[in-house]
Design a protein around this ligand. Structure first.
Ligand SMILES: [Zn+2]
Length: 284
């Protein structure tokens, strides 16, 4: 076996610990998972065929990568990094998992911020295309895997110190199982007024105002919620970034021709990004 980093991972078939054998991860029962050239492994249960609509489409991923590469959401990434850095400050070798990592923007920036500290970083997403992109761009800083948040997750009980869940689906019972006592769950969702002027202008779908309360209720009893924090900052969008931003939005595939035309005719605009950052602590 080559690495200690794999310690938190368990076999998705039999839940025994996985070992790192270079090009393959394998459990003592002989279940093995090939590591792709880009450096990720597929830990979905073998027989499960996911519908095509699960996870982000390649178009959404490409738009997100272009948009994020321009630094528009850097202020949010900075807030996330500060919270995580503080949370792991006293831990000798923290395990950090980004559950729903997408193309890996936030985990990449966190890895850069934690460079030089012995941390184990994992990026998990159900969309293989996303995980492949994340692993390719990860520069060897993290380990990436394909797994479904609706299934038992391939991490051992209490093996994770920080769990990031950024604009991604959640599984309260599984999150509680894999977080260590005192561990931090950091959830980020769009605030109800996120991109309000843009939504109004192009008649785009709104955000459920009760989403934050719903999540707090979902996790009550399993986690102790800290006061939520709102992070808002202006965005100066040119025509390209406006189009990418709209393609990143969940309703993008249902835009009508008049909406598409209105967007295409817009040279740019200013709007405000607004997020709710929720911190939940696993009971000691
Ligand atoms: Zn196994």
């Amino acid at each position: 076996m080559t690495g200690e980093w794999i310690r938190p991972l368990i076999c998705p078939v039999c839940a025994r610990p996985l070992g790192d054998y270079g090009q393959v991860w394998r459990c003592p029962a002989g279940h093995s998972f090939d590591v792709a050239r880009e450096g990720y492994a597929n830990l979905l249960r073998r027989h499960k065929k996911l519908p095509e609509t699960v996870g982000d489409t390649p178009e959404m991923l490409r738009a997100r990568r272009e948009f994020l590469a321009r630094g528009f959401y850097e202020p949010l990434s900075e807030v996330i990094n500060e919270i995580v850095v503080t949370a792991v400050a006293t831990l000798p070798a923290p395990v950090i998992v980004d559950m729903g990592c997408g193309e890996g923007y936030y985990l990449r920036r966190l890895a850069a911020r934690l460079a030089g500290q012995p941390t184990a970083l994992f990026g998990v997403d159900v969309a293989k295309t996303a995980v492949r992109l994340a692993a390719k761009g990860g520069g060897g800083h993290g380990r990436y895997l394909v797994a479904d948040v609706n299934e038992p997750l391939p991490f051992a009980d209490q093996s994770v110190h920080v769990l990031l869940n950024l604009f991604a689906p959640r599984h309260p019972a599984e999150f509680a199982r894999l977080l260590a006592p005192g561990g931090l769950l950091l959830i980020v969702i769009p605030a109800p007024d996120h991109l309000q002027s843009l939504r109004d202008r192009f008649v785009l779908m709104g955000i459920q105002p009760e989403k934050g309360a719903h999540i707090t209720a979902q996790f009550a009893g399993l986690f102790v919620a800290q006061p939520a924090q709102t992070v808002s900052f202006p965005l100066q969008l040119d025509a390209f970034s406006l189009s990418w931003l709209i393609q990143m939005m969940p309703g993008a595939r249902h835009l009508t021709p008049p909406q598409q035309e209105a967007i295409a005719q817009t040279p740019g605009m200013e709007t405000v990004a607004s997020f709710v950052v929720m911190r939940m602590m696993r009971d000691e």
